[in-house]
Design a protein around this ligand. Structure first.
Ligand code: UDP
Length: 829
């Protein structure tokens, strides 16, 4: 069965917010601590959710359910969440699907097993079961003494009225696979109806879904609208002369119709925010009065929503969160009058209207509605829009849900809704849940003090971030410098302390005399502060060289073992003599164990220090494929447009910080030799190599490369940048310890050309999953790129093999597991 289409179109929770889809910033939600809220002291409650893989509309409902019943236990078919803060630290009991092969990426393919799997979750010990269901959660087995309340986001769509659409989109209209798919859906339909009988009370997220429930299960449902984070928006009464539409650009959103309508109204301005597979089609229809901004961060979207004269919405949604979000800004809505919008927008037929409807999904109807809106614009009062949106707040949701459950469970009568409290993650060391992040972790994980010298986002920091995300309730982080790394860490909910260490900034990697006077005082203060934090930990986990030196001394002071995650090749090519001597000294006196990011790093270290090889382990970095896979459907042209890169050129990308040893100049020299190619340099001079950056620019000017070389500076969205290019190059002129960018290039499904030295040799098998070039040899690089450009077959082979090896050898699970196990072993001995 083609589950990709199913995945994209039909298994989407009913209440996904257009805003979330655009911004990918789900975290801006209130959080609450595991507090002593014992409203349900004597009543044991289980909450069952379909699958935990993301934080979208259905999960926002779940989050508020947990806030209503903080002592409830959670069940789900699978749990592969990255950010699980909205679960308030709760463990999740999962089904056997969790452990099936490739369940993390392909759990949806196990659809035929899902009814069986949900029935195997044992909730017999609970008095009340609340299911949050858009697929199978409502089929959980309950007995006559239990109350089962089901919040239905939608009856399982692709089995019911959307079956034919699903089969068409999945290209399953005929043939043996089609027969099989139809049989499975038939079985699921029967199962779905049968299990409706054991639900005591249904809740639906809209009258629209209540009608579906009635049609399919012949049962009534109480409507409780899903929670919308209206507090993230504020009333703005000053409107400007433009209309706005914003959503993912997928066909059913009908953005093309809105753009077409505005092309017929050249005096009215439309702003379009969002991105997706329909972008090219939409752009083609846009006139000069239509401004297409592409994907925008949350703040930009919010700002446009606040200032727009009206929000235009042409999709038929079960609910339509963005429609409520626009009203929360005091912005009226012009919407297609079908589905959820009918319930969230008050039209001109009643008092205090907040918008109006058009009754056909076509450009003509939209034109007529916008013209009418303009005539009657003064009838829409921003404050009314805001007041209407507040009906859909999370607070109202909690009140209604709690009241519904209380009414259905006699033992809860008299119990009041617990106050809503901000969620603050547990301080490390107080509590341990066995499962963190998406990983199954070893039990009894020690308390870890992670130490890093940097505040910027270099490869070492990005690699540490992955560990922190997975182990965060057991980790506290100490940084010796402030910067974007701290904000990224803070987003994971981990405790971060920045111990200001101006002194370290002055000690450069190369050379540099040993600190004296003030600098020495500063260093000692740093050691003391680190030691103090280490008292609360079982193990010090140093992620960079200077962090290791400070950590080693601090570890001695408070008798804590120190593990160095070695991400450097400790040779004279990268370090000064004094630094190498200090590393040797620390290895002898202060280091318990070393985790090396490649055999090349391990070997250089062993050679330098004669460290016991039993105390060195190689653990390759793990890089998540998800952000790369998510871009598969986005056309390269869209990405290039977003980044302002030439549409048709053969584009070669470098994605390393600007530093001489990273060898960006080699790429520029190769560009001189290959006049038909363009290069894009992504990255900034992170560690004070500004002079090198100046030299690169001067080289470009001197060789007239200005038109063909594009400097993008530091970028956060590396997957998008990589998918925008035709080939990824790595040009380090001294041995690279690991080279994350190489694995990332493979995950982006781009052919990778890398410098033949160091850890790179452990990633690339020449001409199999990438190509190796002599470091510093611009001619060889130019020739290789020319060959790649002309040889489609070679490119395809490298891409296929590269992607496969990145997935199989550099996944995050084995990376996190490897590090966690070593830290645990070291802390125990
Ligand atoms: N990177 C980034 N933004 C940029 C340039 C690079 O986030 O503008 C990332 C890149 O994607 C990679 C990391 O920085 O994940 C660099 O890691 P690598 O191992 O290649 O080199 P290091 O910085 O550790 O020497």
């Amino acid at each position: 069965m083609n589950h990709d289409v199913l995945e994209k179109n039909l298994l989407r929770p009913a209440t996904r917010s257009a805003l979330d889809e655009l911004t990918h910033v789900p975290g801006a939600q209130p959080r609450a601590p595991r507090g002593p809220l014992r409203t349900d002291q004597d009543v044991r409650i289980a909450i069952v959710h379909d699958w935990l893989v993301t934080y979208a509309g259905a999960e926002k409902v779940l989050e508020q359910m947990i806030a209503c019943f903080p002592d409830a236990d959670l069940f789900s078919l699978v749990d592969f969440l990255d950010d699980r803060s909205f679960l308030r630290g709760k463990p999740v009991t999962t089904s056997f699907i969790q452990k099936l092969p490739r369940a993390r990426s392909k759990y949806r393919a196990y659809l035929p097993l899902m009814p069986l799997a949900i029935e195997q979750l044992d909730v017999s010990a609970y008095d009340v079961v609340i299911s949050s269901s858009h697929a199978v959660a409502k089929g959980i087995l309950t007995g006559p003494d239990q109350v089962h309340i089901s919040y239905v986001h939608s009856p399982i769509r692709y089995a019911w009225d959307l079956q034919h659409q699903y089969l068409q989109q999945s290209k399953l209209t005929h043939g043996p696979k089609s027969v099989l798919a139809r049989l499975i859906l038939h079985y699921i339909r029967n199962w779905d109806i049968r299990t409706a009988n054991s639900v005591d009370s249904f809740i639906s997220n809209s009258a629209f879904i209540a009608r579906r429930i009635k049609k399919v299960y012949q049962r009534d449902a109480q409507v409780i609208f899903p929670p919308v984070d209206v507090d993230a928006f504020s009333l703005c009464t000053q409107k400007e002369d433009f209309y706005l539409t914003a959503s993912r650009m997928v066909p059913y959103k009908k953005i093309d119709l809105i753009v077409e309508a505005f092309a017929r109204m050249p005096t009215r301005k439309l702003v379009v925010i969002g991105d997706g597979p329909e972008m090219a089609k939409i752009r083609a229809k846009a006139g000069p009065n239509v401004e297409i901004l592409g994907y925008q961060p949350f703040e930009v979207l919010k700002d446009h929503m606040s200032r727009a004269k009206a929000f235009v919405f042409a999709a038929e949604e079960d609910f339509g969160i963005s429609v409520v979000e626009a009203q929360a800004c005091g912005t009226p809505v012009i919407a297609f009058g079908k589905g959820g919008a009918l319930e969230t927008v008050r039209d001109l037929s009643g008092p205090q209207p907040t918008g109006m409807f058009f009754d056909r999904q076509d450009a003509e109807a939209i034109v007529a509605a916008v013209e009418r809106f303009d005539e009657l614009a003064q009838r829409f009062v921003p404050a009314d829009c805001r007041a209407n949106a507040e009906q859909f707040s999370a607070e109202r949701f909690r009140e209604r849900l709690f009241a519904h459950v209380r009414a259905a469970v006699p033992a809860l009568r008299g119990v009041t809704l617990p106050p809503y409290v901000q969620y603050v993650p547990n301080p490390p060391g107080l509590e341990h849940s066995e499962r963190e992040g998406q990983h199954e972790l070893p039990a009894d994980l020690p308390r870890i003090l992670a130490v890093d010298q940097s505040g910027v986002l270099g490869g070492a920091e990005l690699s540490l971030l992955e560990i922190v995300k997975a182990l965060r309730s057991r980790v506290e982080v100490v940084l010796f410098d402030d910067g974007p790394f701290r904000s990224e860490l803070a987003k994971t909910g981990v405790a971060v302390n920045v111990l200001d260490a101006g002194v370290l900034k002055n000690i450069r990697k190369q050379g540099g005399s040993l600190p004296k006077g003030q600098a020495l005082k500063g260093l000692l203060a740093l050691v003391r502060a680190t030691a103090q934090r280490a008292r609360a930990a079982d193990v010090i986990y140093a992620n960079t060289q200077r962090a290791m030196v400070i950590g080693a001394v601090a570890g001695k002071l408070v008798r804590r073992p120190v593990v160095w995650h070695l991400r450097d090749i400790v040779s004279a090519e990268h370090f000064g003599g004094k630094q190498l001597a200090i590393i040797k000294w620390c290895a002898r006196l202060g280091l318990k164990h070393v985790i090396a990011n490649s055999a090349a790093s391990a070997q250089a270290f062993a050679q330098l220090t004669q460290f016991d090889s039993k105390r060195i382990d190689v653990v390759f970095n793990g890089i998540s494929a998800e952000p790369f896979d998510a871009l598969r459907a986005v056309p390269q042209a869209t990405l290039r447009e977003r980044l302002k890169l030439p549409r048709d050129a053969f584009l070669v990308g470098s994605f390393s910080r600007l530093a001489r040893w990273k060898g960006q100049h080699v790429l520029l020299e190769a560009m001189v030799l290959n006049p038909q190619m363009h290069a894009v340099l992504v990255g900034a001079a992170l560690f004070g190599e500004d002079q090198y950056e100046v030299e690169l620019h001067a080289f470009v000017a001197a060789h007239g490369l200005g038109e063909r070389v594009h400097f993008l500076g530091f970028q956060h969205d590396i997957p998008a940048c990589m998918c925008a290019v035709d080939a990824v190059v790595h040009t380090s002129i001294t041995p690279e310890p690991f080279g994350r960018v190489i694995v990332e290039g493979m995950l982006a499904r781009r052919p990778v050309v890398a410098a033949r030295a160091g850890g790179v040799l452990e990633i690339i098998d020449d001409h199999e999953n990438g190509i190796l070039c002599t470091p510093g040899d611009a001619h060889a690089l130019a020739d290789t790129l020319a060959e790649l450009r002309s040889n489609d077959e070679l490119r395809e082979k490298l891409v296929e093999n590269g992607y496969r090896s990145a997935l199989s050898r550099f996944g995050t699970q084995s990376y996190v597991d490897g590090v966690a196990r070593i830290l645990k072993d070291v802390a125990r001995t």
